[in-house]
Each structure stands twice: as C-alpha cells, then as structure tokens.
Unconditional design. Sequence first.
Length: 144
Amino acid sequence: MTTPDDDRPAGTAPPADGEPPNGGAANGGEPPNGEPPSGDVPNGETPNGETRTREGRHGKRTGELPHSRTGAVWVGICVTVLMLGLLIVFIAQNTETVDVTFLWMDGTVPLSVALLIAAAGAGLLATIVGTIRIAQLRRLNRRS
C-alpha cells in the first residue's frame, strides 16, 4: 500500500531495507554506466513500474513444465477415482428400499440405485442432445 507522500506507482513493492527509494540505484534507477535500463529485465520490476517475468519456450515462465497429454490423463484418472469414491459412499449411505413406478413397471429398489439410474438417464439424454448439436455445427461448418 502506498502512502500519500510516496511517488511509487500503485501496486509496486516498497524498497528493501537499505535500498534507496528511487528504484535501487543511487543515480535515479539507471545502471551505473549511465545507459538507460534495457527492456530485457529478468523476473522483476521495470523502471516504469511494470512487473515482468522471464519467459522461456512457448511463452511460459522458465522452470514451468509444459502440459502434456499424459498429465491430462493422469488428472482425469485422479478425478475419476475421487468421483468413484464419492459414489461408493453415496451408495453405502442410501441403502433403504423405495417403491418405484415407471409406465407399466413397478417394484422396489434401493434408493441409491434409483437415483443412479435417474442420473444415468439424464446423462444419456444430455449426451444425445450434445451429439446432435455437434453434428449440426459440423454440417454448417462444411457448407461455409
């Protein structure tokens, strides 16, 4: 946070202990050889108050690993295992029997099974509608 008598741009870090408040150098923030600061500033603050990070290949910060399909599959597997664990807890907690009537069929099933069948039906319906929409958009894209 800047104070009213502080001339730093908003959002910039205050000077470190023992460092002059004018950007680090005793001569107004310029390098000792009198040349203006270059635009290639490694991880830090530029003289005009912008914060820059050193970028490597693919425009990412150095030290950051690129995303891969294997990594995406790993995340998908972890999410799936977590969801299956929650599903097992759901089934274990909803074991009481309920009466179900659908069209001409009626019977008793565990509550968790009835809810899972309803969720699977909703998922199937959403998949069918989504597939039809994707096919429609592909047809439109081919025409243009």
